[in-house]
Design a protein around this ligand. Structure first.
Ligand code: SF4
Length: 250
C-alpha cells in the first residue's frame, strides 16, 4: 500500500522507483482514496497526456469514477475535438466552462485574471457541484519550476483532499504508460507540443523545461493557471483564505 512520505524522500523516489513500482504506487493511491471517498472522489481531466494517464489509472480502480473537464473559449480546435471524443466515450466526464464577458485580449494584458475567470472559477464550480471531497490531478513534480513543491496527498483547501497520484513520474514514464495501454492522446502532441493549454498561450518550445511553451513571453512563462495554487473551495477567493498544505492521509 502506498503511503504519504516526507517531502525530502519524494524527490529521491522520483529516481529510485522504477516504472512498474510507480504504476503500482499510483494505483494504490487512487484505490485507497476511492475506498475512502467513493463517489465524492473526482478526477480533473485537462485532456493533456498526464490527465489521460490518470484518468486511465482511475478507471482501472473503478469504472464508476467520475471526472470533470475545464474548457475555455480559447482551447485549440484539436483539443475541443479530442474533448468531444472523450466525453462521448465517458459520459461521466462533466464539462465546465465560463462564458463571462472579458476585455479583449485579456490573456495578454492580464493572463492571471484571464485564468482566474476561465479556469479557476469553473474548477471551483465543478468541485462544488460534484460535491467533491477529493480531487485527483495529473500534476508531476518533474514538469517544471513551479511543480516541485507538491505532495502526493495534500489538503490545500480545508475539507478538500487533493491527490496527485503520478507526482513522481517522469515525462518518459507517462508516454510509456500511454503507449503500453494504447491510450488515445490529444493530436497536438504529434506536432511537437509538450504541454497543452489555450491557443494564445501555448507554443512549441525547446529545452529541458516541459512547460516552457506556456505563456511564453509573459511574466507567467512556464507558470501556472492557478488551479494548483489558488484556493478552490467556493467562497474562498481571496489569498487570505488560502489553507497551508498539510497531509490528511498518512
Ligand atoms: S491559458 Fe491564456 S487564454 Fe487560457 S485562460 Fe489562461 S490566460 Fe486565458
Amino acid at each position: 500500500m502506498a503511503t504519504a512520505v516526507h517531502f525530502e524522500d519524494l524527490t529521491e523516489l522520483v529516481d529510485t522507483l522504477n516504472y512498474a513500482q510507480k504504476v503500482e504506487r499510483s494505483l494504490d493511491l487512487i484505490s485507497d482514496a476511492y475506498g475512502r471517498y467513493g463517489d465524492r472522489l473526482v478526477v480533473a481531466n485537462s485532456l493533456g497526456k498526464d490527465s489521460v494517464a490518470v484518468w486511465h489509472l482511475a478507471k482501472r480502480v473503478s469504472p464508476q469514477v467520475r471526472g470533470f473537464i475545464i474548457t475555455t473559449r480559447f482551447k485549440p480546435v484539436e483539443t475541443v475535438e479530442f474533448m468531444n471524443q472523450q466525453v462521448s466515450r465517458y459520459p461521466e466526464l462533466r464539462v465546465y466552462r465560463s462564458d463571462e464577458v472579458l476585455p479583449d485580449e485579456l490573456y495578454q494584458t492580464d493572463p492571471d485574471r484571464c485564468c482566474e475567470v476561465l479556469k479557476v472559477r469553473p474548477t471551483r464550480r465543478a468541485i462544488e457541484e460534484m460535491k467533491a471531497l477529493c480531487w485527483v490531478t495529473g500534476l508531476r513534480c518533474t514538469e517544471g519550476r513551479t511543480r516541485t513543491n507538491f505532495r502526493e496527498i495534500e489538503e490545500r483547501d480545508r475539507g478538500l483532499i487533493k491527490l496527485n497520484p503520478i507526482l513522481l513520474w517522469h515525462e518518459r514514464e507517462v508516454w510509456q504508460y500511454l503507449a503500453i495501454n494504447s491510450v488515445p492522446v490529444n493530436p497536438l502532441y504529434s506536432r511537437g507540443y509538450r504541454s497543452l493549454g489555450c491557443a494564445p498561450c501555448t507554443r512549441i518550445a525547446s529545452g529541458p523545461n516541459e512547460r516552457a511553451g506556456r505563456w511564453l513571453g509573459t511574466s507567467k512563462c512556464g507558470g501556472e493557471c492557478g488551479i494548483h495554487t489558488r484556493p478552490l473551495k467556493a467562497g474562498a477567493e481571496s489569498p487570505a483564505d488560502y489553507q497551508a498544505p498539510s497531509l490528511a492521509i498518512a
